[in-house]
Design a protein. Structure first.
Length: 753
């Protein structure tokens, strides 16, 4: 009886300890959730100079360490004020939801009511700038030079590469700078198809009314592809351009003038000078003028913008959010300031605080550190919370994702498990560009096979080893049911249903290279067999084990050609253009993607006889947190036809792996009916990517803009549906039949009759 009583007491004490542990964990999650919400509002939308000058990655780690400890909302409030007040003196943490429009009067009580000569400082985000300069995303405060723009092809024109192939060229122009800026840059440039750049820097170190000539010479390779010349800009700029001249020669002595289109800028369109591509990257503005021209003709002038777009918050506007059961945060979205500082100044306390934050050492940072892992969750979650453009079509409780991700991290994880937590979090976004990698994790390998889900089974469709044959059904791998293994992989992949499955199949049975994979197989004979196989192939979302790996180009039936887009090159394609222009049918195999130098996009100009437009690109423009009142900058671009015109019955073999730029091409083909689509839907993912580099070596790629189809309908998650869906069969796999190709031939023959 005493033993039973003692056992009951021990069980009760253990339950109490577990209950207390759960409560402590829940409290930490509530604290860190509150910190995460305030962190995002202050970092991306509070415009103080102090906030601009702090190391936000290190502050995240410092904040996590501080915010783990509070045991109630009263202590939580104090901790948040300690963390944020040195960089956001006008931030308030309230015990109840604050009344509207009360901030301005209290703010003027602090800085004084005379605001004569002061400027309004506020954040603007075009997408969000995360350090990737070649993308169109920018973040800056009004009346502050925060653009962080490196080279941008501000003004350029495409050249006749056939005429200039194998020649020398000489490009010159005259320039005048309207401002003095030692840090700004401008260059004349030549860019080739392989992104080789020839340039001549233009000095902008002084303002002058005098015109100065610059020029460069370059050798153009034989059989070169795309060529463009123009001007690159960087920094705070006021550049005047005049008297352009491009010449070419075969001998370096006889120079012939190249007919640059609209080289004197006399022809104008609403988008800029006709025949010139103008790329402002959202940070430059331009115009054509006649004032003080060097030649008497018009001049092109490009200047830095003082703001990214017109919409800005006013002083007095704040962002209010509930951060815990009894607390609200209020962050001002605009402040008054001079050229040198924002108001109020906190110079003394800020400098002390900044020194403290800077002591945090990231030289040996690793995701093995819990505080760093938690900080990374908060850093990544906030970027998506404020800037991800597809929450309108993705059904997810993003606040709940934050808490779940924090809980998983707090419950104890090594580097590999933390990578899976990040991958799980990104997977909730259903973003096909959402790919997460970490340096300090186990590299995954797999058996050199390719699998697909057919008729409710995991079936081997390609194999490079004798132990496993094409057509084998995998029942289990490492003791786990094959379909369970697939579903486990799907949970960690972001994107549309079709893309998640496609990529999860590419990662099927991935694991540590040191351990063999144990497969339980069902052979074509019906017999079962268990084999152990070494993991020798690097596992990633894009498998290198392929089936039906056809030649670059071949005639498979009379006047019907098959082009393998993964293998075809520009040279081989152009060598066959004459035959292709007379073909009865052409099948473009896009299932394995394309090579880096030639793709379906390069084929499109030969499939059209008039100019066509791209899908619709929408770059977010934000001045408020939590995507409130998100606006979009809309753009498209065009493709001109090339000869010879291919008038064949064109068919494209589609698969979910066609993603991003591939879907740009597919959008044009689909809208203008340039080919019949056969196979499966494409990925449903497009738009320029952005990248989050987290301390400790993790990186997340994601989609920073919205893309809609030509008719303004949804592309995301849907993709481009085939005209003829092909569902593969196990019998066809075992017979080595390509059902996609069979359907393509059937369609061409019907349409040709």
């Amino acid at each position: 009886m005493k033993k039973l009583l003692l056992l009951s007491l021990l069980i009760l004490l253990s339950a109490c300890e577990i209950s207390q542990s759960d409560k402590s964990l829940d409290r930490k999650i509530e604290n860190l959730t509150a910190f995460a919400k305030v962190y995002g509002h202050v970092k991306y939308f509070h415009p103080s100079d102090e906030a601009m000058d702090i190391d936000w990655d290190k502050l995240a780690v410092h904040g996590v360490e501080t915010l783990k400890n509070p045991q109630n909302d009263r202590d939580l409030k104090k901790a948040l004020e300690v963390v944020f007040s040195p960089i956001a003196a006008t931030l308030s943490i309230h015990d109840e939801k604050p009344k509207e429009k009360h901030f301005l009067s209290s703010y003027l009580d602090i800085i004084g009511t005379d605001t004569t000569g002061l400027k309004t400082i506020a954040w603007q985000h075009r997408g969000v700038y995360l350090g990737t300069d070649h993308q169109p995303y920018r973040s800056s405060r009004t009346h502050r030079n925060d653009f962080n723009v490196t080279r941008s092809n501000a003004l350029f024109q495409y050249l006749d590469s056939e005429l200039l192939s194998g020649k020398q060229i000489r490009f010159r122009s005259s320039f005048r700078s309207g401002i003095e800026n030692q840090e700004s840059k401008a260059e004349l440039i030549l860019v080739t198809e392989n992104q080789n750049v020839v340039s001549q820097q233009i000095k902008l170190d002084k303002s002058s009314s005098e015109w100065v000539y610059y020029e460069f010479q370059a050798d153009i390779e034989e059989n070169t592809g795309t060529l463009l010349v123009g001007f690159q800009m960087q920094g705070d700029t006021d550049l005047h351009i005049d008297d352009l001249k491009l010449e070419y020669s075969s001998s370096s002595s006889d120079w012939t003038t190249y007919p640059l289109k609209n080289q004197d800028f006399t022809l104008e369109t609403p988008e800029g000078p006709a025949d010139w591509e103008v790329n402002s990257m959202g940070v430059f503005e331009y115009g054509v003028y006649t004032d003080n021209s060097n030649t008497g003709n018009k001049i092109f002038r490009i200047t830095s913008k003082q703001k990214l777009f017109d919409q800005t918050p006013s002083v007095g506007e704040t962002a209010v959010q509930q951060i815990s059961e009894d607390l609200w945060s209020e962050v001002p979205l605009a402040l008054y300031g001079t050229e040198d500082y924002t108001l109020p100044q906190t110079e003394k306390s800020f400098n002390f605080y900044k020194n403290e934050i800077d002591q945090i050492d990231f030289n040996h940072a690793s995701t093995n550190d819990e505080n760093l892992r938690l900080a990374n969750i908060i850093l990544a979650w906030n970027i998506f919370q404020h800037f991800y453009p597809y929450f309108d079509v993705v059904e997810v409780n993003w606040d709940k994702v934050l808490k779940t991700s924090l809980r998983r991290t707090l419950e104890g994880q090594n580097e590999d498990e933390f990578l899976e937590t990040l991958q799980w979090m990104v997977a909730q976004l259903e973003d096909g560009h959402g790919v997460t990698t970490c340096l300090d994790t186990t590299r995954l390998y797999k058996a050199p096979i390719k699998v697909d889900e057919l008729e409710g089974n995991i079936v081997v469709t390609a194999s490079q080893i004798d132990e496993i044959e094409v057509g084998d059904i995998i029942n289990r791998v490492d003791g786990i049911l094959a379909l369970e293994e697939l579903n486990r992989r799907i949970e960690l992949v972001s994107g549309s249903p079709q893309l998640r499955k496609h990529r999860a199949l590419n990662m099927f049975a991935a694991g540590n290279k040191e351990y063999q994979a144990l497969f339980e197989l069902e052979k074509a004979s019906g017999e079962t067999e268990t084999v152990e196989v070494s993991r020798t192939t690097t596992a990633n979302l894009f498998t290198t084990v392929r089936e039906f790996d056809y030649p670059a180009i071949e005639m498979i039936e009379d006047d019907i050609y098959l082009i393998n887009l993964r293998k075809i090159t520009k040279r081989v394609f152009e060598e066959n253009l004459e035959n292709l222009s007379k073909a009865k049918g052409i099948i473009f195999d896009y299932r394995n993607g394309s090579n880096s130098s030639f793709s379906m996009f390069n084929v499109v100009p030969y499939l059209i006889n008039k100019e066509v437009q791209s899908p619709n690109w929408y770059t977010p423009e934000l001045i408020y947190p939590d995507r409130r009142n998100m606006q979009f900058d809309h753009s498209t671009w065009s493709i001109a036809p090339k000869k010879p015109f291919i008038k064949a019955n064109n068919v494209i073999l589609n698969a979910p792996g066609i993603v991003s730029s591939g879907e740009t091409t597919m959008g044009i083909i689909d809208h203008y009916n340039l080919a019949t689509l056969i196979g499966q839907p494409t990925a449903g993912t497009n738009g320029n990517t952005n990248h989050i580099d987290l301390p400790g070596g993790c990186r997340i790629m994601w989609t920073g803009m919205k893309v809609l189809k030509h008719d303004e309908s949804q592309l995301h998650l849907i993709g481009y549906e085939p005209d003829f869906v092909v569902e593969r069969s196990i019998d066809a796999v075992r017979s080595n039949r390509d059902e996609f190709l069979e359907k393509a031939l059937e369609v061409i023959k019907i349409e040709s009759n």
